[in-house]
Design a binder for this molecule. Structure first.
Ligand code: BES
Ligand code: MN
Ligand code: MN
Length: 431
């Protein structure tokens, strides 16, 4: 067997020959990762060093010396690649930590892998099924789910998922999953999670240019993220009932596709004029949010790769948080900071609802300007607020700007990051 490449943490700076403030220095058996005194920065240094190591094509890595859970996690984050990961012999920790770390890798690894898969490989019904099965394995006795697909969606008045997905040969689908631990049968869920599961977003008749369309296999990142979050919360002994809704569809162009000027009337009575078929995420989420409200859950959290505007506003290193509930915002931001899961709050007020007027319906699905115009991420969030029972109470919307890196960065290999999973999981577990 080939020898393993050894990696050790080191509190001393690297010798000057490795460059100024070098993250890595090498020796015949492997490398040292050099940490700085700034504790906040340490894990980021590990992740960036790992990202550099991941580009060397190493077959097998062994961690030597002392490694804390968060340090090993940062290394995993940076080493993870869509293709060909090295095998890794992790450092020893106490049993509970080892178990926790193993679950984090398994679950966030599933999220990243699922987001990276091609749209040909993972289509709406497949996403719904795999997500249901994935969660079930962590609590086979407490999980039940069903999938509603194709024209059956209309029998349940799920008009958004149906309209967005009907242009594809592969039918749109809703996953409705109930995590109900023993003793909770007569209780309303404490929370409902809703995920955008657009397995491919061509833009529809408001067609995207090639460059923008290339990454749209990742437009189911919200669905993968909330699925991972519930799974992780379960492994961290979630005791309360939680519902999960994944709104899965493929936004394509065809003779059956929905069109500009169409009007959708939702189950809650809200009518929506389609002025841009590329603002499809909010249309599918609206159905999920209505169901989440009907479940009686006091807390509703949705996650979606919803707008390019969020990406422009916070950049690729943060997810964006929108809520009208300041208490919930404070809790979520605190949780995110503790979990080292970068999250930044952006504005959301009732006035944002007025930015998408329609002469033919209660609202349009976008401002009729390219990309939704200024404040597009807030306007999208305000659109969603029309479909939750009380937007000022317990509702959080995450626009996942940091879900996916189009190209590799200093911190990440190209593709999915899995950011957001830990915050949502921890939030659930403290409700
Ligand atoms: N899935 C996209 C948003 C997106 C774009 C996420 C780039 C990640 C990277 C979404 O469905 C979309 O197309 N949004 C439009 C909205 C607009 C038409 C109002 C956008 O952001 O341009
Ligand atoms: Mn779109
Ligand atoms: Mn989309």
């Amino acid at each position: 067997m080939a020898e393993q490449f050894k990696v050790e943490l080191c509190m001393q700076p690297a010798a000057p020959r490795w460059g100024k403030d070098a993250l890595l220095s090498f020796h015949p058996e492997g490398a040292n990762i050099h940490l700085s005194d700034d504790e906040q920065e340490q894990n980021r240094r590990i992740r960036r060093a790992a990202r550099q190591l991941s580009q060397m094509g190493l077959a097998s890595i062994q961690l030597v010396g002392e490694w804390q859970l968060e340090q090993q996690w940062a290394l995993w984050q940076g080493l993870y690649k869509a293709r060909k990961m090295p095998s890794i012999e992790w450092a020893e920790m106490e049993a509970a930590q080892t178990q926790r770390f193993q679950h984090m890798r398994q679950i966030v690894g599933w999220v990243r892998h699922t987001v990276n898969r091609s749209a040909e490989d993972i289509y709406p019904e497949q996403l719904a099924r795999e997500a249901g099965e994935f969660i079930t394995q962590f609590a086979p006795d407490a999980v039940n789910y069903r999938i509603i697909k194709g024209d059956e969606l209309l029998e349940h008045q799920l008009v958004g998922i149906h309209a967005v997905g009907r242009g594809s040969e592969r039918p749109p689908a809703l996953l409705e999953l109930d995590y109900c631990p023993a003793g909770e049968e007569n209780n309303a869920p404490v929370a409902a999670l809703v995920g955008k599961g657009i397995t491919f977003d061509s833009g529809g008749y408001s067609l995207k240019p090639t460059q923008g369309m290339l990454y749209m296999k990742a437009d189911m990142g919200g669905a993968a993220t909330v699925t991972g979050a519930l799974a992780l919360a379960i492994t961290q002994s979630l005791k309360k009932r939680v519902k999960l809704y994944l709104c899965c569809a493929e936004n394509l162009v065809s003779g059956r596709a929905y069109k500009l000027g169409d009007i959708l009337t939702y189950k809650n009575g809200t009518s929506v004029e389609i002025v841009n078929t590329d603002a499809e995420g909010r249309l599918v989420l609206a159905d999920g949010l209505i169901l989440a409200g009907e479940s009686g859950a006091a807390n509703i959290i949705d996650a979606a790769t919803l707008t390019g505007a969020a990406h422009i506003a916070v950049g690729p290193h943060f997810n964006a948080l929108f809520t009208m509930d300041d208490t919930a915002a404070t809790t979520m931001l605190k949780v995110a900071q503790e979990q080292q899961d970068p999250l930044w709050r952006l504005p959301l007020l009732p006035i944002h609802q007025e930015e998408c007027p329609s002469d033919y319906a209660d609202t349009a699905n976008s401002k009729p300007v390219p990309g939704g115009g200024a404040g597009g991420a807030s306007n999208a969030a305000a659109f969603l607020s029309r479909f939750v029972p009380d937007p000022a109470c317990g509702w959080l919307h995450l626009d996942l700007a940091a879900c996916f890196m189009d190209k590799g960065t200093a911190d990440w290999n190209a593709g999915a990051t899995g950011l957001g999973v830990r915050s949502i999981a921890t939030y659930l577990n403290q409700l």
